[in-house]
Each structure stands twice: as C-alpha cells, then as structure tokens.
Design a protein around this ligand. Structure first.
Ligand code: 13P
Length: 235
C-alpha cells in the first residue's frame, strides 16, 4: 500500500495557491504516494476541480449533525458534494480553540462515515506529558473512545505531538518509530506522523516502517516544496 502525504492548509491558502500547486503537478505525473490536500472549506470545490485527479481533496473538519439550522457548520453531505473524500477529525487546534471532545469526535466520525468520507483522527501528547514519558498511556487513553471504529478499520490515525506542531521541533526518528510501532501494535493501523515535517526531513520520517504517511502543515503552503514532497523528490 502506498504511503500517504497530506497537506493541511489550516486557515491559509487562496485560489492562487491551488493554481500554483496544480501548476507544479502535471496530470500525468506518477506519484509515489497517495496525495491529499486539505484546504479551507471555501476552496474545496475549486481544489477538486483544479488539482489533478491523482490528488485527493479533504476537509479539515465536519459538522456532527446531518443538516438543518446549524449556522456556520458544514455537513458531511456538503463536503462530499464539494468533492472531498477525507476529513481530519480531532486536530489539536480543534481541541484547543473549540473545546471539542470525544463525544463530538464520535459524532463527527459517524457523520463522515455516513457520507462515505474517510476520517483521519488526530492524536498527540503535550510536551509535559512527553517529558514525563507518559506518551503511550496518554495515547491509549485518548484513543479509548475510538476503539470500535479502529476495530472496524473505519478510521485512520495521525500522530501529532502538540509540541512538534509549528515549532520546528520534531521527536527523533527512533522516538517516532517507537510511538508509531506502539500505535500500530495496539490499534492495527500505521499512523501518519505530523509536526514540523519539512522538505529536509520528510524522507527520513516517511522511511520509518510504522509511519503510514505524513500530515504536513506549514510546508504544504509552499507549492514548489509540497509538490516535490508529493513526488518523492528532494530540493
Ligand atoms: P506543521 O507541519 O506546521 O508543524 O503542522 C502540523 C499539523 O498540525 C498538520 O496537521
């Protein structure tokens, strides 16, 4: 199975950025990885129309409810209608700024599955937890609610240590391998790694056996570098 490269644009991007990425990847290019771009909601349909079919398009969030009077929310049906095939759920920024919790995540996973979207559940520990060497017990507890989904292989996982997101700091390769092997052994999926992945370090991280892919924030906003990563190339 191909490893997966995901660009999470967070609250960034523009039609011009979609165009710039599309210009870097020809429709005929053979990509060594499964590529997925997660732009803001407003760019989903345009990204689907503009990017080559070899790249998937996904959302960064989904409403827990199906439809109706929920001002500002975007349902799974709307996401699917815009061409999205995947959705990030439980990103640490949703947990931090929107106080989302396990109940919400469960509902959101079910809302995604009901529309045939593949949920990517994000987990990760704080620096304090990492320092106390409690990462594995923390992750086990954080994933407890998701066991039924994991058992059915209905979701994939992304491991993003909070302290590595946007900081330029990453765990060492043996540490990443250790946590990913633990998650794979415990939950049966090789998680994607996220947190300060760059054009310089992505190949080493992706080469680790238990790393199923990469979830890339800041570096995915540079179309030339992100296109090189999607094509398995170096600078
Ligand atoms: P950075 O790659 O900017 O550290 O962000 C990681 C992330 O949060 C991806 O979801």
């Amino acid at each position: 199975m191909k490893k997966v490269i995901i660009g999470n644009w967070k609250m960034n991007g523009s039609h011009a950025l979609v165009d710039a990425l599309a210009a870097q990847i020809t429709p005929a290019a053979e990509l060594p990885y499964t590529g997925l771009v997660c732009p803001p909601f407003t760019l989903l349909a345009y990204a689907r129309k503009t990017l080559p079919a070899s790249l998937f398009v996904g959302a960064q969030d989904i409403a827990a409810c199906e439809k109706g009077a929920f001002t500002g929310d975007v349902s799974g049906a709307l996401l699917a209608d815009s061409g999205a095939t995947h959705v990030l759920i439980g990103h640490s920024e949703r947990r931090l700024y929107h106080q989302e919790n396990e109940t919400t995540f469960s509902e959101k996973i079910q809302a995604a599955l009901a529309q045939g979207l593949l949920p990517i559940l994000c987990v990760g520990e704080s620096h304090e937890c990492f320092d106390k060497k409690e990462t594995k017990s923390f992750l086990r507890a954080q994933l407890h609610f998701a066991l039924p989904f994991l058992k059915e292989k209905a979701i994939t996982l992304a491991y993003e240590p909070l302290w590595a997101i946007g900081t330029g700091q990453t765990p060492t390769l043996p540490m990443i391998q250790d946590v990913h092997s633990f998650l794979e052994g415990e939950f049966g999926v090789a998680p994607f790694y996220g947190g300060s992945v760059t054009i310089q370090n992505y190949q080493d991280i992706l080469a680790l056996g238990a790393v199923g892919g990469l979830l890339i924030g800041g570096e995915s906003l540079f179309p030339e570098k992100f296109a090189l990563i999607l094509q398995g190339k170096a600078l």
